[in-house]
Design a protein around this ligand. Structure first.
Ligand code: C2O
Ligand code: CU
Ligand code: CU
Length: 401
């Protein structure tokens, strides 16, 4: 594979491309994926954000990793519409970086209209001068995660995307990077933030910049200028340890052309059901880090995975709290279920922002409370989606009877 001007890079792929194939489906469809592992090592496919039966979740908890040369049939019914993605859950910091990720788009009965729907898969990779992908984890990368030196949009360095001038584009964005936070902005463009991981927002809102943490998705609408080029930029963001000391980077050129259209920005979605909040005390998930003599470790409730005690809330609605005690932000991700944020730093979340999430930023020294309905038995992971942090111990388990 060639990334920009770099010498050829050896990658690992799903079906030969980076990103892997875009899987298109409708809500209610049964998805059957016959997976053959031709890698030299074990792997799994995890369906990030898709509500699957536990045995299909592609985590090696149940000793069901697919060995080198092995195969597995993933098969499940798609319960939700939205944009989801898939990636390995074995040595994920390496396997995802090498190119193993793809997107799955599930259409619902009523989708908002647009003149163009553009999927945007954001990644960054760390290339050496010879074009190879570095597996070496230096201390800085162990701390902040492997931040790449090459930004990719749909597997391409700085692509040109053609969008309808005066028309409405639906931009469906996913951040598949190991560690980079993407803060997107484009001079003169406003985003209508329509939805995120698991649903639209109760009230979509306008923003000039939007942020996606690793694993997170955004469903954006933009009305283009009459014509011309606009640079979509990744703006610096301080997520701790001086990560904000950076210059803006160009992600893609958006070229607006063609006749204006009569398409309108989407109206408000139908109500987002509010989960009832039970009176029972919330479960506390504390995230912390420790650096001692170049040995960087990450903890959930002061233990490192797989040493973290499982949370066993029982089926039904539960409240949990994620407390980030560390000096940097962590993107928290829960498998198998969507949750709704109740408060951030004990400030109640506005009902206009009610939405179903599976991945959310927890800024340094802050906390969130969220409510979730556990309605599928099994052992489900939660972890920081900075993959070096997850592999470094920041991972836990919810066990539902
Ligand atoms: Cu995107 Cu545990 O994963
Ligand atoms: Cu996931
Ligand atoms: Cu983290």
């Amino acid at each position: 594979m060639r990334f920009g001007d770099a010498p050829p890079t050896e990658v690992w792929t799903y079906n030969g491309t980076v990103p892997g194939p875009l899987i298109e489906a409708n809500m209610g469809d049964r998805l059957v994926v016959d997976f053959q592992n031709d890698l030299p090592e074990a792997t799994t496919i995890h369906w990030h954000g898709v509500r699957v039966p536990n045995s299909m979740d592609g985590v090696p908890l149940m000793d069901n990793a697919v060995p080198a040369g092995g195969s597995f049939r993933y098969e499940f019914t798609l319960k939700d519409s939205g944009l989801f993605w898939f990636h390995p859950h074995v040595r994920s910091a390496i396997q995802v970086q090498k190119g193993l990720y793809g997107v799955i788009r599930v259409r619902g009965l009523a989708e908002p209209s647009s003149d163009l729907e553009q999927v945007l898969v954001l990644d960054d990779i760390k290339l050496r001068a010879d074009g190879s992908i570095s597996e070496y984890l230096d201390d800085a990368s162990a701390m902040i995660g492997r931040q790449g030196n090459t930004l990719l949009a749909n597997g391409v360095v700085h692509p040109l995307l053609r969008l309808p001038a005066g028309g409405v584009t639906r931009l469906r964005v996913v951040n598949t990077a190991n560690a980079r936070y993407f803060t997107l902005g484009a001079a003169g463009l406003k985003f209508l933030v329509f939805g995120t991981d698991g649903s639209p927002y109760a009230k979509p809102f306008e923003a000039e910049t939007v942020m996606l943490v690793p694993g997170e998705r955004l469903d954006l609408f933009v009305k283009g200028p009459a014509s011309g080029d606009v640079e979509l930029m990744a703006l610096p963001y301080e997520r701790g340890h001086m990560t904000g000391n950076a210059s803006p980077l160009a992600v893609a050129t958006l070229r607006f052309s063609g006749k204006p259209s009569a398409t309108e920005l989407p109206a408000e979605p139908t109500d987002i059901e509010a989960l009832p909040v039970p009176a029972s005390p919330s479960f506390r998930i504390a995230l912390s880090e420790q650096a001692e003599a170049g040995n960087i470790r990450f903890f959930v409730n002061e233990r490192q995975w797989p040493d973290v005690a499982a949370w066993t809330p029982g089926a039904g609605v539960s409240v949990f709290e994620v407390v980030n005690e560390s000096e940097m932000d962590h993107p928290f991700h829960l498998h198998g279920f969507f949750f709704q944020v109740l408060s951030r730093n004990d400030v109640a979340e506005a009902s206009a922002r009610r939405v179903w999430k599976d991945t959310i930023n927890i800024p340094a020294k802050s906390s969130i409370k969220a409510v979730v309905r556990f309605d599928e038995p099994g052992r489900w992971m939660y972890h920081c989606h900075i993959l070096e942090h997850a592999e470094g111990g920041m991972m836990g388990e919810v066990s539902i009877p």
